[in-house]
Design a protein around this ligand. Structure first.
Ligand code: DX5
Ligand code: ZN
Length: 217
């Protein structure tokens, strides 16, 4: 497994975004958390900012939409060039139609589940997605503690993907650090979001390498 490490720019300095994007050039994707103060109790930014991030980032964007009504808003993020767009299952009216629309625009289609949402609902529609995001914290804020109790959900999704011969990526987001990444990898994740563990490090490139190594171990 070649683990993908996606630093979350939620932990970056919002007024030095260009410099903070340059600092994660050795990572795989820049994870971009869009929050609307409705689906989650926090607010970040919308398409205008993401368009500038897209133009500035040395690596492709992995957009994580924590917003109400993604059916309406998600395609705009694919249209501005995001490599991957993930919306929440809990918020989407028609997840399959939305995934097809994202793919038709040319982005990877991702679906996320909050800690309280079971993964089983995704089994039958796995082929419609390029990425499944199992949240390992309640979405909304960086710097929270990893929830190891999400590992059975992740493991079951990995088994289901293997059974179906699916090459869907399994992503985890929330509390990922050098102390927690190995258990998520062991449970079947291959794509890892890390905010505070990357931007809180003195040497960001070394932090990315360290996470990759521990995910492989
Ligand atoms: C939380 C966001 C995460 C957040 C992770 O709702 O989706 O992407 O930035 O931050 P850390 O890695 O600090 O838990
Ligand atoms: Zn996120």
């Amino acid at each position: 497994m070649n683990p993908r490490i996606n630093p979350s720019i939620l932990a970056a300095d919002f007024v030095n975004m260009q410099a903070d994007l340059a600092r994660i050039a050795t990572a795989d994707f820049a994870h971009v958390d869009v929050m609307d103060n409705h689906f989650v109790p926090n607010l970040t930014f919308g398409p205008q900012m993401v368009e500038r991030i897209q133009a500035t980032s040395p690596i492709p964007l992995d957009v994580h939409l924590m917003i109400t009504d993604p059916d309406r808003w998600a395609p705009g993020y694919a249209e501005l060039g995001a490599a991957s767009v993930t919306f929440h299952l809990e918020a989407a009216a028609d997840p399959v139609a939305l995934a097809r629309r994202l793919r038709s625009i040319g982005s990877r289609a991702g679906v996320a589940v909050k800690p309280g949402t079971a993964g089983d609902a995704l089994y039958e529609i796995l082929d419609e997605f390029d990425q499944i995001l199992v949240m390992t914290v309640e979405p909304g804020f960086g710097g929270q503690s990893f929830m190891p109790e999400m590992m059975p959900k992740l493991r079951a999704l990995r088994e289901e993907a293997t059974r179906r011969g699916s090459d869907v990526w399994l992503q985890v987001d929330g509390g990922i650090s050098e102390a927690t990444i190995a258990q998520a990898a062991e449970a079947g994740a291959d794509t890892f979001v890390a905010g505070s563990a990357v931007y809180g490090a003195d040497d960001i490139a070394a932090a990315v390498t360290g996470l990759r190594q521990r995910a492989r171990a």
